[in-house]
Design a protein around this ligand. Structure first.
Ligand code: CO8
Length: 374
């Protein structure tokens, strides 16, 4: 028998440290000046490209981002370093990513009115895990004293929605009563702070949701998951080549192509229509049209992308109330963006209101859930 599945709680953990556009640009520009001075001969000979200045106005206009949170600020703005300082922890200590996952998980459990004994599985789903094994999910499972099982999965921008899809399947099939899905997006170590095109894009955060059977849900804000829908389509336009095989390749494991890089314009042009078509088809499978949707919790990569997708769907601009933006404060938080939007903007929905949670990006990958307030 297929069980009815709900999202009964959401948790959001926000780092205490902030980097504003102005701080970020001042650091990058100082780095660029130093780089250009040190490489003046090669730049003049045309063998090395000069690094152009970045600008806070460009960043806000092109992306909607005004600031980003960062797990550890030290080092990221230091022109001699340009990456955060995150001291290595011993095997006996809770890992950095486990720590932020745990914070979000506790909040989601409290919101869902659930205790660890109620949970049968833990999924940590995000853009990067800080190690291969043991899984971060099993570490969090252990910290919370949850029985059952846990595993990690990586789907870049769509990790959160794809994780919820797996949770939906487990609960619908009766294999789990409740699943904790956690998205500890500790992405700052992968950001190339010396690259003008991408240094502004990302921020750190952790989100979590409790996905459970409708039979057991007893929280204040319960959303029926009407269905999930996913698609992937291979693209080289967003890549991170970091991985264990660099050791055997005899290449720099931290070289520029090993960090996040993208052809942002192409991504913009290709992903917007894909995402809008995907959402429209998903809604149509329930005989809904975009006009029936009370709230859109869209992936948060770029404000212009969100505005365009919403306009394509609605035939008009969406209001901030209909399609909330959290990018200005959080920047792009890989897969967690749509979950942050959901965490901050779901409590005012009325019984029967329909919402769409949707991610889109690297892979390419698109994942959506059509949900309804009970
Ligand atoms: N300051 C000043 N000027 C700049 C800057 C800057 N910082 N950066 C670029 N410019 C310049 C460019 O060089 C260009 O100059 P010119 O016209 O002379 O060539 C001009 O500004 C315009 O550049 P673009 O055309 O690139 O600018 P866009 O308007 O396209 O904006 C964006 C760039 C913001 C990157 C935009 O293209 C975008 O957001 N695209 C979509 C990207 C997207 O969604 N990517 C998905 C991200 S992946 C993801 O979400 C999860 C991945 C996993 C997590 C990774 C964690 C590290």
């Amino acid at each position: 028998m297929t069980k009815k599945v709900v999202i009964s709680g959401v948790g959001l953990w926000t780092p205490e440290h902030v980097i504003t556009n102005e701080e970020l640009v001042a650091s990058y520009n100082a780095y660029a000046d130093k780089f250009n001075a040190e490489n003046a001969a090669q730049i003049n000979a045309g063998t090395v490209a000069a690094k152009p200045h970045s600008s806070a106005e460009f960043i806000e206009k092109a992306s909607g981002i005004k600031q980003r949170y960062i797990y550890r600020k030290e080092g990221a703005l230091d022109v001699e370093r340009m990456r955060p300082v995150i001291p290595e922890r011993q095997d006996e200590e809770l890992s950095h990513q486990g720590e932020i996952a745990l914070e979000a998980a506790k909040k989601a459990l409290a919101a869902a009115n659930k205790s660890p004994e109620d949970i049968d599985a833990v999924i940590v789903s995000c853009a990067y895990t800080q190690r291969a094994y043991p899984a971060i999910a099993i570490e969090v499972q252990n910290q919370l004293g949850i029985k059952g099982f846990g595993f990690d999965m990586l789907v870049a921008c769509s990790a959160a929605t794809f994780g919820m899809h797996r949770a939906w399947e487990m609960v619908a099939s009766g294999n789990a009563r409740a699943v904790l899905v956690i998205n500890p997006e500790l992405v700052s170590p992968q950001v190339n702070y010396t690259d003008r095109d991408s240094h502004f894009i990302f921020g750190d955060v952790a989100t979590a949701t409790v996905v459970e059977s409708e039979d057991t849900a007893n929280s204040d804000h319960v959303f029926s998951v009407l269905s999930t829908k996913a698609v992937t389509s291979f693209s080289n336009n967003i890549r991170s080549n970091f991985g264990y095989i660099s050791r055997a390749h005899d290449v720099d494991p931290y070289g520029e192509d090993k960090l996040f890089h993208q052809a942002g314009r192409k991504v913009f042009k290709e992903v917007c229509p894909m995402a809008a078509d995907h959402i429209e088809a998903h809604l149509a499978s329930h005989s809904f049209t975009p006009a029936d949707v009370r709230r859109w919790w869209l992936h948060q990569a770029n404000i212009n992308m969100n505005l365009l997708i919403a306009k394509r769907l609605l035939g008009r601009d969406a209001t901030a109330d209909e399609a909330p933006i959290v990018l200005d404060r959080y920047a792009n938080t890989a897969s967690a963006g749509s979950v942050i939007a959901f965490a901050l903007h779901h409590q005012d929905l009325q019984s029967g209101d329909v919402g769409v949670l949707c991610s889109f990006g690297a892979g390419y990958s698109i994942g959506s859930l059509v949900i309804q307030k009970q």
